[in-house]
Design a binder for this molecule. Structure first.
Ligand code: ITT
Length: 196
């Protein structure tokens, strides 16, 4: 299958490409179809993933995958959630990480639980859609650790692995991550046949 990956986030693109590799599909990016994506106005990850995938499928005429994802921090009532990419109106990953640490100042380790969520949607030009959701629970550290990944990865710690996402290889992150889980569901559905 030929599939457009409608994301402008290079970190996500790399992980999606890796996750879909077992299917052997031909992947395209927004560099191949340079149209402007719509504003993400939904109040859930599902709403935004559907909005992005359906819009890009309509404008490209191709089956299109979109990923809407984010971090939910328990002590902050689920913030930043769907606002993860623009938390505190900060422009860079580094600034958003600093802002998150400020918001969590004084919150003890036991209360720094957080969850990453990824919703991956494939929209087809005829309106058919598939939706997959993956979640991973962890803790927000008091200082960043690790060089890899993107976004909040240096602050997101998995106690069972003893590493942040930013200290993991691409393969190790995929084995544990919200996005890895959603993509494995997609791959299995396509390997074993979708009811369509
Ligand atoms: P597209 O909409 O173009 O795909 P985006 O980065 O704006 O790119 P989202 O609106 O889904 O995508 O925002 C997701 C944000 O959540 C992302 O910018 C990161 O800050 C954070 N995030 C999501 N998955 C992550 C991951 O695996 N590791 C670290 N941060 C992640």
């Amino acid at each position: 299958m030929r599939l457009l990956i409608a994301t402008s986030n290079p970190g996500k693109f790399r992980e999606i490409k890796e996750g879909l590799a077992p299917l052997g599909w031909t992947l395209f990016s927004l560099l191949d179809y340079p149209f402007k994506m719509p504003p993400e106005e939904g109040s859930t990850f599902e709403d935004n993933a559907v909005l992005k995938a359906a819009y890009a499928a309509k404008h490209s005429g191709m089956p299109t995958l979109a990923d809407d994802s984010g971090l939910e921090v328990l002590a902050l009532g689920g913030e930043p959630g769907v606002y993860s990419a623009r938390y505190g109106n900060k422009k860079t990953d580094m600034e958003r990480n600093v802002y998150l640490l400020e918001r969590l100042k004084g919150v003890p380790k036991a209360e720094r639980k957080a969850k990453f969520v990824a919703v991956v949607v494939i929209a087809y030009p005829d309106g058919y859609m598939e939706l997959y959701r993956g979640e991973t629970e962890g803790e927000i550290l008091e200082a960043p650790r690790g060089e890899w990944g993107f976004g909040y990865d240096p602050l997101f710690y998995l106690p069972e692995v003893g590493k942040t996402f930013a200290e993991m290889t691409l393969e190790q992150k995929a084995a544990h991550s919200h996005r890895g889980k959603a993509l494995r569901m997609l791959v299995d559905a396509h390997k074993f046949g979708l009811p369509r």
